[in-house]
Design a protein around this ligand. Structure first.
Ligand code: PEP
Ligand code: MN
Length: 349
């Protein structure tokens, strides 16, 4: 259930509405828009329906949320949610590019990559320490050592770090080292993991499962939000279809659909979607044009020797070119990008 206030409602009136709802035993989520405020009510809605809410000063309307996902639904907030990220946020005017290797392979390659990300105008560093791999014989990541390297890369570069958490047993450890916890496609419906992540005070980057519908993705976000963590960033990373020309099929339409269904930020991962280096730029341009709030891109100092996902990883020079190429698209949709330094790092480029 949501309570919509009248235009120009005062802070005192909002506080009073919140107190009345909480006195009925429900939790509230306040979302302030430019003109009005939405007070989302979480809990036993029966108690609300019998209360004379319209007589509380400042209340304009009371609506049920008709979607199966309530807290993630667009109408639950007065406008798009901004999730804090480093010194800025995701979901506002700034287009946020997070880049880095598929796997953290060691300290030097990660520090070098962080510098390349920063100098090209990237706002976050990605890198897997715990890696979900299709084969149990493949490299599964450096684990705790990888997390320590990520934390060191953060303190050297100032970039917030994003890394995957695969299991409920890793949540505390990963949250102790990373700024944003990634849930991989293979874990999107790991409901015990989602529930644990709902108790963490860190933003969660939730990747769409490879056979998940948009509704499944939003319900997975709801699992996290229901526990109290409303900082969820959704990621379209391609789904499995009969098409074999690309690693996955990039569901471009999912971006505007998600933007109309939810207030949560939406980013795209063109690297896993296409699975090929040459597709990263066109898919990125399409994503920003379609309304994405950011990108998650794989880059590597020497993709040829990458331990995982080398074929889809950009060199530093290619990443620099991508960041420049995004500018006209960003301008066309009214988004901003941080400045790119003219001199690119060219390690093994
Ligand atoms: C990754 O980001 O490296 C990854 C494993 O992605 P996904 O879960 O989308 O396959
Ligand atoms: Mn990868």
């Amino acid at each position: 259930m949501i309570i919509v206030t009248r235009i120009g409602v005062t802070d005192e009136e909002v506080d009073h509405i919140r107190e009345r709802v909480e006195a009925l035993g429900l939790r509230t989520h306040i979302s302030r828009g430019d003109t009005h405020t939405v007070i989302g009510c979480i809990g036993d809605e029966e108690k609300l329906t019998s209360a004379p809410l319209l007589s509380i000063p400042g209340v304009r309307a009371v609506h049920p949320v008709m979607k199966p996902f309530k807290l993630a639904a667009r109408e639950f907030a007065a406008g798009p949610s901004r999730i804090p990220f480093g010194s800025g946020s995701i979901g506002g005017e700034e287009f946020v590019v997070v880049a880095g290797p598929c796997s953290v392979e060691g300290p030097e390659m990660l520090f070098e990559t962080a510098e390349a990300v920063r100098s090209a105008g990237g706002l976050g560093l990605r890198g897997g320490a715990y890696k979900p791999r299709s084969s149990p014989y493949s490299f599964a990541g450096l684990g705790l050592r990888g997390l320590e390297i990520l934390a060191e890369a953060r303190s050297r570069s100032g970039l917030p770090v994003v890394t995957e958490v695969m299991d409920t047993r890793q949540v505390e450890e990963v949250a102790g080292h990373a700024d944003v916890l990634q849930v991989g496609a293979r874990n999107m419906q790991n409901f015990s993991l989602l529930t644990e992540l709902g108790k963490v005070h860190r933003p969660i980057l939730l990747k769409r499962g490879m056979s998940a519908t948009v509704r499944d993705l939003l319900l997975a976000a709801e699992y996290i939000m229901k526990q109290g963590n409303s900082q969820v960033i959704l990621c379209e990373r391609g789904i499995r279809t009969f098409e074999t020309a690309t690693r996955n099929t990039f569901d471009l339409a999912a971006i505007p659909v998600l933007k109309s269904e939810t207030h949560l930020p939406v980013v795209a991962d063109p690297s896993h979607a296409g699975g090929r280096r040459d597709l990263v730029a066109p898919l990125s341009f399409a994503a920003i044009a379609a309304g994405a709030d950011g990108l998650l891109v794989e880059i590597h100092p020497d993709p040829e020797t990458a331990i995982s996902d080398g074929d889809q990883s950009l060199t530093f020079d290619e990443f620099h070119t991508l960041m420049k190429g995004l500018r006209p698209f960003a301008a066309a949709v009214g988004r901003t990008l941080p400045p790119v330094r003219e001199v690119a790092s060219t390690a093994a480029g």
